[in-house]
Design a protein around this ligand. Structure first.
Ligand code: GTP
Ligand code: MG
Length: 417
């Protein structure tokens, strides 16, 4: 077995926030200033973007690689990138902000330990984000277990680096985030301008003498790494499946949530119950002998029937596989009113149609104690214990996190009991 400590630290962040608030541009800026992509590449993208009248999107195009994303100027699917500073290795996922692509945001953000919530500080944009996905994304990442948040107050160039605007956003967001279950000591507000680059990697100089806090990169470096158990049974959520390579006809990639794996191991994929073997492993594009909880890995597989594998499936150990469920009890934070009725149940990239079958009890947010049995309706912000049924098998277990959505709206999110 790999000679590693009992637990493994990791630094996976996800960029979240309302559409067009500048997530991809900020990622592009980080990668440019940390020399992961070079100026020539960005200049080439700038030329191409200018030709279709989207020159301001050149840095976002570092992340937004598909034709559709570039033509529309929106991120559709999440993209993963790696970079390192002198002290820390990072994986950053750039999530889409548009409300049509929330399922992709859930798929991306469910892999992260930390989140950067990007907020456009310009006139009216912060306010429209609050009515849109700013709050929804914050609630979603909280429901996925993220406790530490960096709020990148972005596009500060459009406010002439106004301290008043920054403080206004900080005050309003702090009130909301505390009510959403975040602790203020775990939230860092950083004013930045992704497009022009101030305070991302390079400190803002004389333009904003009032700001004495960290740059975005130093705030990222200060995050307290989460620890994950490598001694628990293997669980890895498949985020991508690649078929038809000459040497590797079937490969999968995803986040190792718990446990470890090594070349030669036999694995079992749920819900289909397919088994296979790990032929080789890649970590951040380099070959590896083994991998542990917290890492994002690519596995090249053999002896497996690809026909039954889907994005969102769970790779586990043959000895202690995750069980498939058709019904479960969960503790759910209501984002909207919750009533018994039809919902889609999302677990990372996987989802099933189903229903909230029964509202068991309203719970006290802090203590978890029952405050009212059999409520008829749940108000936004309340926590409810409910029974959820799904139409197809879903691999789920105690402590697993699910998001309930209905007609394109997130109604709630919670934890399996
Ligand atoms: P989605 O992924 O579609 O949700 O959008 P996004 O949050 O990734 O935003 P994106 O990076 O695509 O940027 C949207 C627009 O905002 C582009 O025109 C950017 O040039 C502009 N923008 C981003 N950051 C800044 C900034 O710091 N200042 C200014 N002035 N504009 C910015
Ligand atoms: Mg984007």
């Amino acid at each position: 077995m790999p000679k590693v400590s009992r637990v493994c630290a990791s630094n996976v962040n996800s960029m979240t926030g309302h559409v067009d608030h500048g997530k991809s541009t900020l990622m592009g800026r980080l990668l440019l200033d940390l020399q992961v992509v070079d100026q020539r590449t960005v200049d080439r993208l700038k030329n191409e973007a200018t030709q279709i009248g989207k020159s301001s999107f050149a840095l976002a195009w570092v992340m937004d690689e598909t034709k559709e994303e570039r033509a529309r100027g929106v991120t559709v699917d999440f993209a993963t990138n790696y970079f390192e500073t002198s002290t820390t290795k990072f994986t950053i996922l750039d999530a889409p902000g548009h409300q049509d692509f929330i399922p992709n945001m859930i798929a991306g953000a469910s892999q992260a330990d930390f989140a950067v919530l990007v907020i456009d500080s310009s006139t009216n944009s912060f306010e429209s984000g609050l009515r849109g996905q700013t709050k929804e994304h914050a609630l979603l990442v909280r429901s996925m277990g993220v406790q530490q948040l960096i709020i990148a107050v972005n596009k500060m160039d459009t406010t002439s680096w106004s301290q008043t605007r920054f403080t206004e956003i900080e005050t309003q967001m702090s009130t909301f985030l505390t009510s959403a279950g975040f602790q203020l000591k775990n939230i860092t507000f950083v004013p930045v301008a992704g497009l022009t680059g101030e305070n991302v990697v390079t400190r803002i100089g004389n333009t904003a003498l009032w700001y004495t806090g960290p740059t975005l990169v130093s705030a990222l470096e200060k995050q307290q790494a989460t620890t994950r158990s490598i001694e628990k049974p293997l669980r890895l959520t498949i985020n991508d499946i690649f078929r038809g390579g000459i040497n590797n006809p079937l490969s999968i990639s995803g986040r190792l949530e718990q446990g470890s794996l090594q070349v030669g191991d036999q694995i079992l994929v749920q819900p289909a119950g397919e088994t296979g073997h790990i032929k080789t492993i890649e970590l951040a594009n380099e070959a590896a002998e083994w991998a542990v909880a917290g890492q994002i890995v690519t596995l090249h597989l053999t002896n497996i029937d690809a026909a039954h594998l889907r994005q969102g499936d769970i790779v586990c150990s043959v000895a202690s596989p995750i069980q498939n469920l058709m019904s479960f009890t969960a503790k759910v934070l209501a984002f909207e009113h919750v009533l018994p009725g039809y919902v889609d149940v999302h677990r990372g990239p996987m989802y099933q149609t189903g229903k909230v079958a029964r509202l068991v009890a309203l719970l006290d947010k802090a203590s978890g104690e029952v405050v009212k049995r059999k409520p008829r309706i749940v108000q936004p912000g309340q926590v409810v214990r409910c029974v959820v049924e799904v139409e197809g098998k879903m691999p789920l277990e105690k402590g697993g996190r699910v998001v309930l959505r209905s007609e394109g709206v997130t109604v709630g999110a919670g934890l399996l009991e």
